[in-house]
Ligand binder design. Sequence first.
Ligand SMILES: NC(=O)c1ccc[n+]([C@@H]2O[C@H](COP(=O)([O-])OP(=O)(O)OC[C@H]3O[C@@H](n4cnc5c(N)ncnc54)[C@H](OP(=O)(O)O)[C@@H]3O)[C@@H](O)[C@H]2O)c1
Length: 245
Amino acid sequence: MTEPPARPEPERGLAVVLGAGGGLGAALVEALQRPEGATGGHVLALGRSSTPAIDYADEASLHNAAAWVSAHCEAQHTELRLLLVASGFLHGASGQPERSWAHLEPAYLRQVFEVNAIGPALVMKHFLPLLPKTGRCVAGFVSAKVGSIGDNALGGWYGYRASKAALNQLVKTAAIELKRRNPQALCVALHPGTVATALSAPFSKSGLNVRQPAVAADELLSVLAGLDASCSGQLVDYQGKVLPW
Ligand SMILES: NC(=O)c1ccc[n+]([C@@H]2O[C@H](COP(=O)([O-])OP(=O)(O)OC[C@H]3O[C@@H](n4cnc5c(N)ncnc54)[C@H](OP(=O)(O)O)[C@@H]3O)[C@@H](O)[C@H]2O)c1
């Protein structure tokens, strides 16, 4: 006889990954499915192909997915302890990252801001209220070092940089509000380093430290496990280093 699936332990809770169909998102889900993972193997994966599906072009999809997660928590007597947002956009049908101001195009700018900033902002609106009001819980938004204004020495990639800088500001702002609700909660922006995914493929030059998604996922999860509430509202890289805004 097969054993019924174990109930999540309430103190370990549940993890939810958005952007779970992407290279890094899928690797985060796989790592969190292991019983020794942060939430004891309990993870829900949401993306444009999941059921329910989430798409940043459709706010109702986020509202519905958050209601579904909330109902899941209630039925399983558990709580959302880890929210990871691993979605992102750099290149596609609407365009490529710009090398010069001469290449700035409204359609591409709209797309990078929609996926990298507006979508995660709506995730904050619908999912941060699901985090418990007591005890440690973490919301991690995958950003990028190129979104750091202080670190920008090379220029280029106007839209992607600006959209990730907007995401960083959203994370900082949400961290302040979250702390008022639960002083032990964290909201952080994460730089995963260069990871071998469809997003980075056209730009991965030799000499860059390109890591496999499974390696990058383990690194990010171990950094997150070591952060305390004083790290909330910061941009942290895959080695645990705090990056300038
Ligand atoms: N790879 C790198 O070297 C690198 C470096 C620095 C930062 N990052 C950041 O790391 C994160 C993960 O990127 P990745 O490398 O894993 O890229 P990826 O494989 O291209 O995954 C991107 C993800 O974004 C989701 N997405 C795109 N448009 C969306 C929309 N309108 N609504 C909802 N989801 C949408 C995709 O969903 P579908 O699965 O449904 O297509 C996919 O899950 C991103 O934030 C990226 O900016 C990556």
